[in-house]
Write a new protein. Sequence first.
Length: 445
Amino acid sequence: MLRSLQRSNAQFRKASTVLPMGVSSNFRYWGDDMTLYAHHGRGARLWDIDGNEYIDYRLGYGPNILGYADPRVDTAARQGIEVGGVFGLSTEREYEVARRISDMVPAAEMVRFSNSGTEAVMAALRLAKAFTGKDSHVIVEGGYHGVFDAVLWYRNIEDWQPGMGDPAIEADSAGVPQMLRKLTHFTPLNDANYLEDLFRKHGNDIGAFLIEPIMGNCCSISATREYIHDARALCEKHDIIMIVDEVKTGFRVARGGVQELLGFKADLCTFAKAMGNGYPISAVAGRRDIMMQVSHGVTHGGTYTCHSVSLAAAEKTLEILDQTPVLANIRQYGDEMNAGMSRILKARNIPHCFAGHGSMSGLFFSNSVPTNYRDWLNSDYTFYDTMAPRLHDYGVLCEPDSREPWFVCGAHDGACLQQTLKAFERAVDETLQELGGSRVEQAVG
Ligand code: PMP
């Protein structure tokens, strides 16, 4: 390793004495000697406590759409401090922000705020189940929707092979009651026949179909336009609420999110991440008749909902995303970066492709883009896994797990692009060298 992580390593040992695994979220633990501690971030760059500088493509798992410490948003947030925090009362600004969301996202007839993506998805599921009177829900294989029991289930693709039937359904965390398993069904992405069969068999129990059409936790594998429209029609036919989880795609892939990109309307949708440029705020939004369930017995709320700092930050962030061309610029940067990476990989005969959207794209070492999580098994993720730590050494911070896309923000500029491609070329060459003959065969074969 070229970087020194001496201080991060020492911090890990110290932190582990009081914080389990030395961190405050399991996903931040990258190994005893690889866990990074951030010092600060500015624009598209992040510095760790050893002073290593990175161009950041993780952006805290997506929120920092304008970059770290954006002065426009931070000025608004400081003014939000002056408001006073939380009051156990609503404020005038909530209407302004909800109005903006409703104008940007046609499906968002009504809006309620929360603090995190998890809370927003929890609320959406509860609303859907109250509205339909049906207790179970469908998750798309490879989808991630937060850290609560109803969605902490997955189809075990790693231990599965085609021809074995469906992969096993397992809890994604110890402590999730097994009795909840019967409430969760799974479907592979982009297979409308499978979904139709599932709805035919279990439609009487299914209240919600939960989908993230660009799977931001599964390398940005994406729904086709045809599939999403088929799924939309199937939900209507079977009286199932279509919840589109836009926690990552919302206010990122387009002003109106993935719904605008694919030309459809959700019944309910959830937003977080980009809407506050990193300040903790989220929203559940959707059809008036479903959202109005909150006045018919559905519980929704929380002490910290609409904290004055987060709300002020969201107001400014959404104004910028709505009224400037920043989202188009972000996409263009991503497309140019992918084209540059492609040139480097092509020159070395390495099969590859990109999934998703320029603003959050997944890099695959395979000839064709996977259409669902089961296909992901066919890509050479060992190549990615070997390359990622080298990129970190050369100052490019991508997620070490190949299932996480590369996020772009409004502060990535020409200098970032040049530096990224230079580091990428070097990391690719070293990865080829390290994996040696047989791996190279696989990588290029
Ligand atoms: N849904 C999606 C699509 C997400 O990507 C995430 C977080 N990565 C969540 C929900 C949960 O959000 P949070 O971590 O803010 O609770």
